[in-house]
Design a protein around this ligand. Sequence first.
Ligand code: CP
Length: 358
Amino acid sequence: MSFKHLIDFNDLSLNDWEELYNLGLDIKTNEINYKDFCKNKILATLFYEPSTRTMLSFEAAMLRLGGNVIGFNNPSNSSVSKGENLKDTIRIITNYADIAVIRHPLEGAALAASLYSSKPIINAGDGGHSHPTQTLADLFTIKNTKGSLDNLTIGICGDLKNGRTVHSLLKAMSSFKDNTFYLISTPELKTPKYLTDMLTEKGNNFYAVSSIEECIGKLDVLYMTRIQKERFSNIEQYEKQKNVYILDQEKLDLAKDDLIILHPLPKVDEIDQDIDFDKRALYFIQAKNGMYMRMALIIKMLQTEMPPVTRPTNDSESIKCPNSKCITHTEKYLPTKLYSSNDRNTSYSCLYCDYHVN
Ligand code: CP
């Protein structure tokens, strides 16, 4: 594997992805062969935000590999409630565990954790930013049903602004050949500019549209998402957005017979309950696939040679990230980390949260 931590889907090369996919497929088919792969190893799960699938599938993955799990799912039961900062928590946990998974409400938290970690860190969702292991479940399900991750027409519907699974999926699917995207949202919840810029740079065709009906007939994959109530600062704005898109039988009648419907889950009202029994609805299988891919990821990452932790360096004294949801605003010791977001090195973005900084 070419990566030490999994913070963003693009940490994986296409070869890494192929290796993980093949391993995940073998685990799904021959799970018994892997039952002792992680014997005497410990996974730490640090969940600063609620989770059903990601936390429990990581725990199930480690237990099915013969390993053990420690962690917390409510930071108020840990010393975080006494004011311990993220870097100290990470330096302690990584004395106890061989690998750690972190979910946090602030964007860039997993990257921040990785700067202070002597063990592999996996991002299980950082605010509305990224969720790369959900993408492993998504891509595994698409490849297993469509046979390829190239030449697909993919509709992504709902909260494209705050949906971290959407952001990671776009990064991933734009790395494969000749995919076309229909970005279905209201103007208020449209895809962040850094991602549409990325699609343009990579030469992907994409269309921002306002209804499911205008594109569903063209789609190979429809990725529905929940409106992310927890990311809204104003409940009235959430109420206006929450039922704009509902996939029901009438709309599904316009779709191809071999469409697949994915959803990272949890879902609320955006998919009519009857659709759950349509053969095209794969979201419960998708969640199960996530467990096999997390088993593959744990096995591969535990083979990683890790360097010692050294003091992280500052890329700039003067530039601060303007995104108030970025982890750098609360964990103030964090160094500024930037990357160039154009070819001329005149535009920079925050490495923690991808927010444009100048
Ligand atoms: N898909 C997903 O991240 O679900 P949870 O929030 O339940 O982990």
